[in-house]
Design a protein around this ligand. Structure first.
Ligand code: PRP
Length: 212
C-alpha cells in the first residue's frame, strides 16, 4: 500500500489540523514532538504528513506532491490552483475585509485611485474589478499590513480579521466585508480517483467530527 501524503499549513491552522487528524484515528505522535523536521510518518495507516508554508499548500497538492492539503480558504482564493475542495472544516473561521480609518466608512466609493495594501493581491484585484467595479492601486505587502494606512502608504487594506484585535489596537475598523474564511480539506484531482477509497474514508470521518 502506498503512502497518502497530507500537506499541513505551518502556523495557526497546523495545531488544530493535527488534533482533528488524531481524532480521526491517524497516528500524529511524530508531529507532536518539537523538532525542525518537515516530514512525518504514520507507519500503521500508511500516511505521511508534510509541514509547508500555508501559501505553498495548494502548490504541493496541485502537483500531486501531496494528495491532500488542509489550508485556509484565503490561501485557496489567492493561489487559484486547480484542486478539489472537499470539506469546509469550520475551524480557523475569520473574514476577509477591507479595513481602514473609521472616518472613511461610507466614503470609499468616492475615492479616486484609492491605494489598497494587501498580502492578498489577487483577492483584492478580483474584489475591486469584479464586485466593486472600482479602479484602485493594489500595493503588495508581506505582513503587518495594518501599518500601511497609519503611515500613508495606502488608504485602506484588504486583510484577514479574526478577533478584530489587531485592527482595534491600531485604531482601524472594518469598512467592508469581502467573504467568510475557514480551513478547507483539499485533494489532488488524480489522487481523488486513484485513492478514492482511502481519501473518502478519511473525509467521512472528518466530516462527522466537524459536524459535532
Ligand atoms: C493576521 C492578519 C491580521 C491578524 C488578524 O496576521 O493579517 O494582521 O492576523 O487577527 P485578529 O483580527 O485576531 O487581530 P498574521 O498573524 O498572520 O501576521 P502577519 O501580520 O505577519 O500577516
Amino acid at each position: 500500500m502506498r503512502y497518502i501524503t497530507i500537506a499541513l499549513a505551518k502556523g495557526r491552522l497546523a495545531e488544530l489540523t493535527i488534533d482533528l487528524l488524531e481524532q480521526a484515528g491517524l497516528d500524529v505522535s511524530e508531529l507532536r514532538v518539537k523538532s525542525r523536521k518537515l516530514i512525518f510518518t504514520d507507519e500503521a495507516n500508511k500516511f505521511k504528513f508534510i509541514l509547508v508554508k500555508a501559501s505553498d499548500v495548494p502548490t504541493y497538492v496541485e502537483y500531486g506532491a501531496a494528495d491532500i492539503g488542509v489550508v485556509g480558504r484565503d490561501t485557496l482564493l489567492e493561489e487559484g490552483r486547480n484542486l478539489y475542495e472537499l470539506i469546509d472544516l469550520g475551524f480557523g473561521a475569520c473574514r476577509m475585509c477591507v479595513a481602514g480609518p473609521k472616518e472613511l466608512a461610507g466614503k470609499l466609493d468616492a475615492i479616486n485611485n484609492m491605494r489598497v495594501a494587501s498580502k492578498y493581491v489577487n483577492i483584492a484585484k478580483h474584489y475591486y474589478a469584479l464586485e466593486k467595479k472600482q479602479s484602485v492601486e493594489i500595493i503588495k505587502l508581506n505582513g503587518s499590513v495594518e501599518l500601511a494606512p497609519l503611515v500613508g502608504l495606502s488608504e485602506v487594506i484588504v486583510d484577514i480579521v479574526e478577533s478584530g484585535k489587531t485592527l482595534k489596537e491600531n485604531g482601524l475598523a472594518v469598512l467592508e466585508e469581502i467573504c467568510d474564511l475557514s480551513a478547507r480539506f483539499v485533494v489532488n484531482r488524480v489522487s481523488m480517483k486513484v485513492e478514492k477509497e482511502r481519501i473518502m474514508g478519511l473525509a467521512d470521518k472528518l466530516r462527522a467530527l466537524v459536524a459535532n
